[in-house]
Design a binder for this molecule. Structure first.
Ligand code: PLP
Length: 403
């Protein structure tokens, strides 16, 4: 299964200044307060592994191990990170629209990709306590992986976080606190505790390894598309880890000679009630302002401020894509449409990508023949569903024609 040489990490690098830091030490943000990116010896990797050898491996997340930061097999804290399928959406989307269904990952969301990496690295580096702010899914993934390897976790979420998330976090072994504020208010508490040395802060992009885990979405897409990337990707963007990670993955694959220079148009999808990246994109600026009074049913993208804003905006602009906002009504309609027409239950954030795709098609930003990937980031089963049931009295005569 897993070979001895696990990783080709050389060092870490500030995403803003390019400043180098040593690998194999506990890091947070860079000296200037921006995300750190993991760098690899891609030339050595290319000599060690080729595409064909990779394709002969099992299709799980760990097939990419040389492009991931965990050096020793014994540090991998796994709950079964499968490659997620691309599910066609022929009626609700169209004949070239595929949904990358991330709801099938452990803990029911793609947060598992990021947290399996962050926790495995924390374990490798001897971390014993972790804290994070969450809108739900990240906390659940953290709790599960950390508990599995004996790391203690404290999780802070906005007090209106969906009940199912709060309960799964607690049941999977974390101490969970409901806070009367938004995710960045929770983040401030985590940062303060970290400053006091109480725990390691694994907030989105504030440690280097969640991006590496999320990067596997881009690696998988390349392999699933036969090493020719799709024409457009619609990604529901909160902190933007996945979008930044995929963009990084494509560069690494090109450096390995496994894909060419073509890139998908990246569409960062946000909710109209919390769209800081869309505003910054439209304003033509490099950093986003905090979005006040953020509100949307798509909790996973209710992120008023993102530390990696400039990285998201850079990727979207370089790709020739766009940042798009969709209203909660359109999100709800899209969820119903995909479920009723194609039998695929999306989470609200996934619904947002379908709604944004329809808008982009109408605006001519993508064409009908473009190969499009929509991200469904979590299982639709974690979210409230409309009640459309009827009751039947089995003791009364049944009108079978009316059933
Ligand atoms: C976290 C989350 C997102 C946003 O992902 P980022 O990579 O942080 O932008 C979208 N949808 C769901 C369901 C999430 O849990």
């Amino acid at each position: 299964m897993l070979a001895e040489r696990q990783s080709f990490v050389t060092h870490l690098e500030c995403s803003m200044t390019g400043d180098r830091c040593e690998a194999d030490q506990v890091h947070g943000l860079s000296r200037v307060g921006r995300p750190l990116l993991v760098r690899y010896d891609l030339a050595a990797l290319a000599a060690h592994l080729d595409r064909d050898a990779l394709e002969r491996r099992d299709t799980d997340l760990w097939r990419w191990r040389e492009l991931l930061p965990v050096r020793q097999t014994r540090d991998i804290v796994s709950l079964g990170e499968i490659e997620t399928p691309l599910v066609p959406l022929p009626r609700a989307g169209g004949s070239n629209v595929l949904v990358k269904d991330e709801g099938r990952l452990p803990t029911g969301s793609f947060k598992a990709r990021g947290l399996v990496m962050a926790v495995s690295m924390a374990k490798a580096l001897g971390v014993t306590r972790i804290a994070m702010p969450t809108n739900g899914n990240a906390g659940a993934a953290l709790a599960a992986y950390a508990t599995r390897c004996g790391i203690k976790t404290v999780v802070f979420c906005p007090d209106d976080t969906p009940e199912i998330n709060v309960r799964e976090i607690a049941l999977q072994g974390a101490r969970v606190w409901r806070v009367n504020g938004l995710i960045d208010d929770c983040g401030a508490i985590v940062a303060e505790g970290a400053k006091q040395g109480r725990w390691y802060d694994v907030s989105t992009l504030k440690e280097p390894y969640r991006i590496e885990g999320k990067k596997t979405m881009g690696l998988e897409l390349a392999a699933q598309f036969g090493w020719r990337l799709p024409d457009a990707i619609f990604y529901p963007t909160g902190g933007g880890t996945g979008l930044i990670g995929m963009w990084k993955a494509f560069d690494e694959l090109e450096a390995l000679g496994w894909i060419g220079p073509e890139r998908p148009k990246m569409f960062a999808v946000q909710a109209a009630g919390c769209a800081p990246i869309v505003k910054a994109f439209d304003d033509g600026v490099e950093h986003a302002e905090r979005w006040e009074n953020a509100e949307t049913i798509a909790a996973g993208i209710r992120v008023p401020r993102a530390v990696g804003d400039f990285l998201i905006l850079r990727a979207v602009r370089e790709s020739g894509g766009k940042a798009l906002a969709v209203g909660d009504d359109a999100i709800e309609r899209a969820v119903v449409q995909a479920a009723k027409q194609d039998g695929l239950l999306l989470c609200p954030e996934g619904g947002a990508t379908l709604a944004a795709y329809h808008d982009a098609l109408a605006a001519g930003l993508v064409g009908k023949s473009d190969r499009v990937v929509l991200f469904n980031c979590a299982t639709g089963l974690k979210y409230p569903m409309p009640d459309d049931s009827r009751t039947l009295d089995r003791h009364a005569p049944i009108d079978f024609d009316a059933l």
